[in-house]
Design a protein around this ligand. Structure first.
Ligand code: ATP
Length: 366
C-alpha cells in the first residue's frame, strides 16, 4: 500500500495557489466540477474519447482541461500520473472512479494526492470489513446468516458476481434459496460458485442521508470527538424493483432486480434527523478508531426505517454518492448550514480552499 508519507511528500511540492480539482467524467463529476468552479479552482476531467463532447457541452460544469483515455485504467500509467502531479492535481474519488480504476490499484499504484482518506477504500470495499466498522460503531445492522441452512425468515442474498443489485434475490427458507440460485444460473445472470452474503431482509422505508465531516472545524454534536458533521442532503435510490407493480400480473420476474437506475429526493420526518445524525456520528467515531484519521469529507449511510426497529444501516459509502446530484444548488437541509447554494461538490471544494488558507491541506489528503 502506498504510504501516506509518500503522498504527502508529493503534495509538499505542489503549488497551492494553482491546485486543480480532478475526477473521471462520470457519476457525480458535473457536480464536482461545478462546485470547484464556484470556489475558484481549475478543473481537469478524465474522459473516454467518445464521452468528451458530452461533458464539454455543459458551460458551467465542464472541466477546463480534458484528458482523454481509452480505458479508465490508463490513469495508472506512469506518464499519466506525472502529468496530473505536474498540474497540482487533487483527485476527488467517486463511485465510478473506484469501480473503474479499482480500489486495489488506487491503494497500490496510484500516487496522485487524493481528497479524503484512502484507507476508507480498504474498509468499505470488503463486506466483512465494512460490517466490522458498522458493528464497532454500535449502530443497528441487518442480521447476517453464515449458511443458507440457517435461513428462518425473509433474507436478501447479495451475490458478489451480480454487480449493482442485479441478481440480488429474496428467499425465506433454505429450499427457496437453492431454487432461486438455480434459476439465476439457468438465466445466465450468475455462473455459479460466486460468493454471496445472506442478510436479514428489512422491511421499511429507505433513506440515504448524505453527510460531510469537516476535520477543520470543532465538533458540533453530542458524542462527536472530532470534526463538524453536516447533513447536506438525502435521497432514495430508484431501483428496478421499485416499479414491480408495472409488471403485474405477468412480468414480475424482470422487475425482481435491485439495480439502481436513478435517485429521487426525499426528506425524513424531522424528529428522525436526530437518529440519523447520531448514527453518522457513531460511524465517524468508529472510523477514527479503526483507521485514523478516519472519514474525511463526504459519506452516506444506506438505511432502512422500520416503525418498531428504528433505523438499520445496511451499507456505508465513504465518499460522494450519486444521490447528491439531486442538489447542485443545495438541498432542503443545506440552507440550515449555509446561506448560499451548497452542493456536496461545492462543499468539497470549499473545504480544500479553507484548508489551503489555514495551511492544513495535508490534513485532508491521502
Ligand atoms: P452499492 O455498492 O452501489 O451501494 P450494492 O451492490 O452494494 O450497491 P446494496 O446497496 O447493499 O448493494 O443493496 C442494493 C439494494 O438492495 C439497496 O439499495 C436496497 O434497496 C436493497 N437492500 C440491501 N440490503 C437490504 C436489506 N438488508 N433489507 C432490505 N433491502 C435491502
Amino acid at each position: 500500500m502506498i504510504s501516506r508519507e509518500e503522498l504527502l511528500r508529493i503534495l509538499s511540492r505542489y503549488d497551492e495557489r494553482d491546485i486543480k480539482i480532478v475526477t473521471i467524467c462520470s457519476h457525480s463529476s458535473l457536480q464536482i466540477f461545478h462546485g470547484a468552479r464556484l470556489e475558484g479552482f481549475g478543473t481537469i476531467g478524465i474522459a473516454l474519447r467518445g464521452n468528451r463532447p458530452y461533458y464539454e457541452s455543459f458551460p458551467r460544469a465542464s472541466p477546463e482541461i480534458m484528458l482523454e483515455v481509452e480505458n479508465y485504467k490508463d490513469v495508472l500509467r506512469k506518464e499519466f500520473q506525472e502529468k496530473l502531479i505536474s498540474e497540482n492535481a487533487l483527485i476527488i474519488p467517486h463511485g465510478s472512479f473506484v469501480e473503474y480504476v479499482g480500489a486495489e490499484n488506487i491503494l497500490e499504484r496510484f500516487r496522485v494526492p487524493m481528497f479524503g482518506n484512502r484507507l476508507t477504500l480498504y474498509w468499505e470495499g470488503d463486506r466483512e470489513r465494512q460490517r466490522k466498522w458498522i458493528m464497532e460503531a454500535g449502530v443497528r445492522a441487518p442480521r447476517r446468516y453464515s449458511s443458507p441452512d440457517e435461513i428462518d425468515g425473509p433474507v436478501i442474498v447479495k451475490l458478489h458476481g451480480a454487480k449493482g443489485g442485479r441478481g440480488y434475490f429474496r428467499a425465506s427458507s433454505p429450499s427457496e434459496f437453492r431454487r432461486r440460485l438455480e434459476e439465476l444460473k439457468l438465466r445466465g445472470i450468475i455462473r455459479g460458485g460466486e460468493e454471496y452474503v445472506i442478510e436479514e431482509f428489512i422491511p421499511g422505508v429507505r433513506f440515504y442521508p448524505h453527510f460531510f465531516l469537516s476535520l477543520l472545524e470543532a465538533p458540533n454534536l453530542p458524542g462527536l470527538e472530532h470534526g463538524r458533521l453536516e447533513l447536506l442532503g438525502m435521497d432514495r435510490r430508484l431501483e428496478i424493483i421499485d416499479e414491480v407493480y408495472r409488471g403485474l400480473p405477468e412480468i414480475i420476474e424482470d422487475y425482481l432486480d435491485y439495480t439502481v437506475a436513478g435517485n429521487i429526493p426525499v426528506i425524513v420526518r424531522e424528529k428522525f434527523i436526530v437518529d440519523l445524525l447520531e448514527a453518522a456520528a457513531r460511524i465517524s467515531l468508529a472510523a477514527r478508531r479503526l483507521f485514523s484519521p478516519g472519514l474525511i469529507g463526504p459519506f452516506c449511510l444506506e438505511t432502512i426505517y422500520h416503525p418498531r426497529r428504528g433505523f438499520t444501516v445496511f451499507e456505508i459509502s465513504a465518499r460522494i454518492v450519486a444521490g447528491t446530484n439531486l442538489y447542485p444548488m443545495g438541498s432542503p437541509y443545506s440552507p440550515y448550514y449555509y446561506d448560499e447554494p451548497m452542493s456536496m461538490g461545492r462543499r468539497i471544494a470549499r473545504e480544500i480552499k479553507r484548508a489551503i488558507e489555514l495551511g492544513r491541506l495535508s490534513d485532508l489528503i491521502y
